[in-house]
Design a protein around this ligand. Structure first.
Ligand code: MN
Length: 270
């Protein structure tokens, strides 16, 4: 796990360096090159991934993480403008708003995300919407990669086949959960906190499977945002097409790492 994160951080740092030098070169040249969109660096570094000890740090200490790739990196599945607006406006607003909410409910400041979500109904709705919105998007960005796609392997694939019968059946059930979520919300693959079984669910708004609002609580491995802001610029009303294309950018290494992590954290999560 440590190696995974070190590699992730080093790869991200190298990407940042590359983008910075490209951005500097672009800045030197006044006229933009025809047909070649400028590459924009994302300023912050990805120090918060919602994994490992991130689950147990106090919510007041969580930083707003960098996007682990450039805005156009998920094209053609998700267009540059959508990623930029989604990350830099929507996600950042959830972050800013939950930090503001801590000022009015200072007793929450020392709580971890894990503890807050598990008792979310005891706090003002702004926490449910904004701490949920903050964490859910950290997972979403991390669940995707410019080099995504393919299928899971190892222990996760074994568990998927054991639970759903086949990978294809898992995909079908996950897509159905995402397509049929009425209005705004998310579909999830999680590990049941009571039984350690995989399960698929969907939640409204910015709820997630860890919140004490859901019927079946789970540790989220994979989440797809089906709010219109996640896809409307490119797909308009064609939510099913966005969901089908999502698999092409899915970072199975991240999902698998979260699955392995669950079993290392499980004694602290119950
Ligand atoms: Mn969103």
């Amino acid at each position: 796990m440590k190696t995974f994160f070190l590699n992730f951080i080093m790869a991200s740092a190298m990407l940042m360096l590359t983008f910075n030098s490209e951005a500097q070169q672009a800045a030197k040249s006044k006229a933009p090159q025809a047909g070649k969109p400028a590459i924009e660096a994302v300023s912050a570094t990805p120090v918060f991934t919602g994994t490992g000890t991130d689950w147990f740090i106090s919510i007041k200490d969580a930083p707003f993480p960098g996007l682990p790739y450039t805005y156009e990196a998920l094209e053609p599945v998700i267009d540059k403008a959508t990623v930029e607006i989604h990350y830099d406006r929507h996600h950042r607003a959830y972050f800013n708003n939950y930090k503001k909410a801590i000022e009015t409910s200072p007793e929450t400041g020392e709580m971890s995300f894990y503890k807050l979500f598990g008792s979310i109904t005891e706090f003002p709705a702004t926490f449910r919407n904004n701490a949920g919105g903050f964490y859910n998007h950290v997972l979403y960005w991390s669940n995707m990669s410019p080099n995504g796609g393919g299928k899971p392997s190892g222990r996760l694939m074994d568990a998927i086949v054991a639970k759903f019968g086949s990978y294809e059946e898992f995909v079908k059930q996950f897509e159905d959960a995402a397509k049929t979520r009425f209005g705004s919300g998310w579909a999830w693959l999680s590990v049941d906190l009571a039984t350690n079984e995989l399960f698929i669910s969907s939640t409204p708004n910015q709820d997630n499977p860890l919140m004490n609002t859901v019927e079946r609580r789970g540790f989220p491995l994979l989440g797809i945002d089906v709010w219109e802001h996640a896809y409307y610029l490119k797909y308009q009303n064609k939510r099913p097409e966005y969901i089908q294309n999502f698999w092409n950018k899915l970072n199975w290494a991240d999902v698998q790492a979260r699955y392995e992590e669950y079993f290392t954290l499980v004694s602290r999560l119950k």
